[in-house]
Design a protein around this ligand. Structure first.
Ligand SMILES: [Zn+2]
Ligand SMILES: [Zn+2]
Length: 398
């Protein structure tokens, strides 16, 4: 393929203001100029997008390419141009989830109490060529239509503590047919490590509370059907805008839009929108162009409450972190405790229904995620692909 770069744009249909996204392709050597004659998906009217390389440039959504005009051959058409063109790089919603094995550990050896996290990541590194082979050979089967339609790819790797005790590290990534690298894998659990209620329990710095929460969120993204982040405040009133935005995204990067829900006070949401408007881009314009932050836009209002509850749950098993820690970093001390429950109903009765938050009811959760399929590769079984349902995670992976 000829070396090229592409630029992403959002714009509006000149007839009905429907939002269009298109990518303009730029070649390193020679470029054509012209226009894409487009048909709006919303009002069916025609307009033009003036761009480099109209043949190779493409519309992502909002309209369809009807034809192109190459200005070397033909003159410009009389169709109206798209309006309100906005160039954008990156996406506030696409952030990489991070499990930092150097931060305060949650997975410790049952026998000697040492952290197993760095050992697990070293193992992933040394076994990665086998991981690639297993993943790709499953993908060959999946593409032919004989796969399990998996949501996640899960790898169980055997690890040995410095004290010689054996454990099994659970790494995962979202399953798809795209390319991947080692940083796409996250640590979902270490089977046989010390129970989390003996690790996450006590008084510690805000920084440590956030570190533990960030690791728990990576775990919950794999193990549970739903994740809730319930906190009245994010940051504190003396934080700079830059630090406030960093604080928000350090947590938003750890949750996915399909599983997690944020429940916080309206004032906290307004504060971050204002900070984004003043430092990144006008937030209402981002909203208008579908570039705003999904979790912020879909957050549920928290009525007057000081409860800080972070939980991951499926119908038959739930984990929760609770205590005094808001989403905020710093050296001062907070209290945080881990607990688990054997049913969503118990978690709901004890912690959630009192909050009277919209969308938090026993009817909405639990749900049908339990039958979702995943593909699992166990090193002890020579990485042979097997199917595992979400509802079996609590028996097999915890
Ligand atoms: Zn239109
Ligand atoms: Zn050990």
């Amino acid at each position: 393929m000829t070396p090229h770069t592409k630029k992403s744009y959002k714009a509006k249909c000149p007839h009905c203001k429907n939002i269009i996204e298109f990518h303009s392709v730029h070649f390193n050597l020679e470029n054509d100029n012209g226009e894409i004659i487009s048909n709006c998906d919303s009002c069916s009217e025609t307009f033009k997008i003036v761009t480099e390389n109209p043949d190779e440039s493409y519309i992502v959504y909002g309209a369809h390419k009807e034809s192109i005009v190459d200005y070397d051959i033909n003159s410009a058409s009389n169709f109206p141009k798209v309006e309100g063109l906005l160039s954008f790089d990156g996406n506030l919603n696409v952030q990489k989830m991070i499990f930092d094995p150097k931060a305060k550990p949650i997975y410790l050896c049952h026998d000697c109490g040492k952290s197993l996290e760095e050992i697990a990541f070293h193992k992933l590194d040394s076994a990665f060529s086998e991981v690639i082979i297993a993943y790709n050979s499953y993908t060959t089967v999946d593409i032919k239509g004989y796969g399990y339609n998996p949501e996640k790819a899960i790898f169980l790797l055997n690890i040995k503590c410095t004290c010689n005790k054996l454990h099994s590290a659970v790494f995962y990534k979202k399953y798809d047919h795209n390319g991947f690298d080692i940083s796409d894998f996250n640590l979902g659990n270490i089977i046989g490590s010390k129970p989390l209620d003996s690790i996450i329990d006590g008084t510690m710095s805000k920084d440590d509370c956030m570190g533990l929460l960030k690791k728990a969120l990576v775990r919950w993204e794999l193990l549970f059907d739903k994740v809730l982040i319930i906190t009245p405040f994010v940051g504190h009133q003396y934080l700079s805008d830059e630090k406030l935005i960093d604080t928000w995204f350090s947590i938003l990067s750890q949750i996915s839009t399909d599983k997690a829900k944020l429940i916080t006070r309206t004032a906290s949401l307004n504060k971050v929108k204002k900070a984004i408007s003043e430092n990144i881009h006008n937030y209402s314009e981002l909203e208008e162009y579908h570039l705003s932050v999904t979790h912020i836009d879909e957050a549920t209002k928290l009525q007057p409450s000081h409860a800080k509850i972070y939980c991951g749950f499926s119908h038959k098993y739930c984990e929760i972190l609770h205590g005094s820690a808001n989403i905020v970093y710093g050296p001062s001390k907070e209290q945080i405790t881990f607990k688990s429950y054997d049913s969503y109903e118990e978690l709901y009765d004890k912690f959630l229904h009192q909050l009277e938050a919209k969308g938090l009811d026993a009817e909405e959760y639990p749900n049908n995620y339990g039958k979702t399929s995943n593909v699992i590769f166990n090193e002890s079984m020579n990485f042979k692909a097997e199917k595992i349902l979400n509802e079996d995670f609590s028996k097999l992976l915890i």
